[in-house]
Ligand binder design. Structure first.
Ligand code: HEC
Length: 214
């Protein structure tokens, strides 16, 4: 630009120096100046265009960066939300498991207590029954002791077997047979029939258990 203007001035000086041709010179200078103005205008327009494009590009990049940042933030928020939900679910599951375990433990304890109580009731019942049976057996044996001995160890009238410790089943069977008159081992079956005749099945059962346990 500067160079161009200097050139114009030189041309003008030259032309002025030439005298006659002053008019042509002025025209040439004017034309050249117009050209310079045009060129300058174009350059300015190009520069403006370039600046505009750069600005647009910058804006586009900035927009893209902003969009990416927003998307990343959104993703992070979603991830954080998911994590929180997972943690809450895990806590919930743990609480439910603990509750279930407690419930089961309580129910087991109740069940165990019930069983213990029921066992105790059963054992008490059995003990009472055994005591009653044993009392009944002892009472029924009272009239036998004279011949078979207080401990069932005596061979009655020197004829019978020792009855203490025989199995309950054997004793019941033998007593039932004496009662029916079908047993006679040493010719004294009738004597034993007399002993057994008035005894009920329950009496026989009780005395058999008593003798067996001697
Ligand atoms: C008066 C004596 C006498 C009395 C009382 C008596 N017994 Fe006997 N008992 C005998 C004689 C004797 C025999 C053997 C009978 C035979 O020959 O089978 C016998 C046999 C038995 C036998 C079978 C033994 C065996 O293994 O063969 C049994 C069981 C028995 N007696 C139970 C009783 C019971 C229970 C009573 C009481 C309710 C009783 N006896 C009362 C005399 C007696």
């Amino acid at each position: 630009m500067k160079t161009t203007l200097l050139s114009l001035a030189a041309v003008a000086v030259l032309m002025i120096g030439c005298g006659e041709k002053t008019k042509d010179a002025v025209e040439a200078v004017t034309e050249t100046a117009a050209n310079v103005v045009d060129t300058t205008k174009e350059a300015a327009a190009a520069a403006a265009e370039a600046t505009k494009k750069t600005a647009e590009k910058t804006a586009a990049v900035a927009k893209e960066v902003a969009e990416k940042t927003a998307a990343a933030a959104k993703e992070a928020a979603v991830a954080a939300e998911q994590k929180a939900a997972d943690a809450a679910q895990a806590l919930k599951d743990r609480a439910a498991a603990a509750a279930a375990a407690t419930k089961e433990a309580a129910s087991n304890a109740v069940e165990a207590t019930k069983e213990v109580a029921s066992d105790a009731v059963e054992a008490t019942k059995e003990a009472v029954t055994a005591t009653v049976d044993s009392a009944a057996g002892a009472a029924a044996y009272a009239k036998c002791a004279g011949c078979h001995g207080a401990n069932g160890q005596t061979k009655a009238l020197g004829k019978s077997e020792v009855i203490a410790g025989q199995s309950v089943a054997d004793l019941e069977t033998k007593m039932a047979e004496y009662k029916a008159g079908t047993r006679n081992v040493s010719g004294m079956g009738m004597l034993m029939k007399g002993q057994a005749a008035s005894m009920s099945d329950a009496d026989i059962k009780a005395v058999s258990a008593y003798i067996s346990a001697m």
